[in-house]
Design a protein around this ligand. Structure first.
Ligand SMILES: NC(=O)c1ccc[n+]([C@@H]2O[C@H](COP(=O)([O-])OP(=O)(O)OC[C@H]3O[C@@H](n4cnc5c(N)ncnc54)[C@H](OP(=O)(O)O)[C@@H]3O)[C@@H](O)[C@H]2O)c1
Length: 314
């Protein structure tokens, strides 16, 4: 496994997204929640993955509760990240209360990375960051992060906190490239991290969904899976498959390798099985050539241009 090391944090370039553990909308079933999730976490840790990302919003705390059992015996190996959601007005007091509730659900006395899930008028930065600073001072939270923030807001959050906001978690993949413009250069210049969510385009980049085979879960709301969009993905899917064949890898692994080839970027793919987790972790060892990188980037750009910009702006 490869790691990004900044601001005293050491984070694996491939992490594990635990939204799926909260069930809501993913429909992987009880066995996945009760048994497979724990095996996925164990496999991740065995392979040197330390970043595990959850949120109080995932299944209204269910994902955090599921993680509690999965990490209990190996807490020291995990860089544990969760998030506070501005579903109602957040002041400093409320942020502290929510962090304590998350820690309790996860059975931990320290949250390695506590992130504001979305910017919101209901969550003034001064208030949220004042709560974050209190949590850091009392030792419950080690690093502060944000999610879905612009570069400007990320900097404003740092001013409000009076210290570094380690990471910004944003949608980033071959089909969602906007973070390359400013967020990633900012992270590289200032020693911060961009955490890429939906790095597989929610599984679209695996090539498994070909229009006749659409996922029946929350992804029905994802425009990437519309048959008329999938129909335009042929050239990109072929590029991924051909590069994958050269490396003895899968298209999903190549899509991840492309994401984490960017400086200061780590990816947090979700996994519906232990096998997917292992395969995702192995993507950390794949080095794309410059030609391959350009080929994939161009094929993805052509696809997005043809399929429409709302794919990226969702
Ligand atoms: N901060 C935010 O606002 C935000 C928003 C969204 C997500 N997130 C975080 O990011 C994490 C990942 O994002 P995501 O779940 O939206 O999308 P993703 O990681 O791009 O896609 C995950 C899905 O892709 C499929 N997959 C995973 N590994 C695969 C492999 N090796 N081969 C083939 N298919 C594979 C699985 O679905 P199937 O097997 O069913 O196809 C899996 O559920 C979430 O768990 C969550 O922690 C954060």
């Amino acid at each position: 496994m490869r790691y990004v090391e900044v601001q005293g944090a050491k984070v694996s370039v491939i992490g594990l997204g635990a939204w799926q553990f909260g069930a809501q909308g993913w429909d992987y079933g009880d066995d996945y929640i009760d048994r497979e999730s724990r095996l996925i976490v164990e496999k991740a840790l065995d392979l040197g993955v330390n970043l595990i990302d959850t949120a109080e919003a995932y299944g209204r705390g269910r994902s955090e509760e599921v993680l509690a059992g999965a990490i209990a015996a190996r807490r020291g190996e995990v860089f544990l990240a969760t998030k506070v959601f501005p579903n109602e007005p957040l002041d400093a007091e409320e942020v502290v209360r929510r962090a304590r509730a998350s820690a309790e659900r996860m059975g931990v006395d320290r949250i390695d990375l506590y992130q504001q899930h979305w910017p919101s008028d209901q969550a003034p930065l001064e208030q949220v960051m004042s709560g974050m600073a209190r949590l850091q001072a009392e030792g419950l939270v080690t690093h502060v992060g944000v999610s879905n923030f612009s570069t400007e807001l990320w900097r404003e959050a740092e001013e409000a906190l009076g210290g570094p906001v380690l990471s910004n978690q944003v949608r980033f993949s071959l089909v969602s490239r906007h973070p390359e413009q400013r967020l990633i250069p900012r992270a590289e210049a200032d020693g911060r991290i961009v955490i890429a969510y939906s790095p597989l385009g929610q599984g679209f980049l695996s090539g498994r969904y070909d229009g006749s085979n659409t996922p029946s879960d929350l992804r029905q709301n994802n425009p990437l899976f519309r048959p008329e969009v999938v129909a335009k993905a042929g050239a990109m899917t072929s590029a991924l498959a051909e590069v994958a064949a050269t490396h003895g890898a899968t298209p999903a692994q190549i899509a991840l390798a492309w994401v984490i080839a960017r400086p200061n970027v780590v990816a947090i793919p979700g996994a519906s099985s232990v096998g997917q987790m292992a395969s995702n972790a192995a993507a950390a060892d794949i080095e794309l050539t410059e030609d391959e990188d350009v080929r994939l980037s161009e094929a993805a750009d052509a696809f997005v241009a043809e399929a429409g910009d709302d794919l990226v702006r969702r």
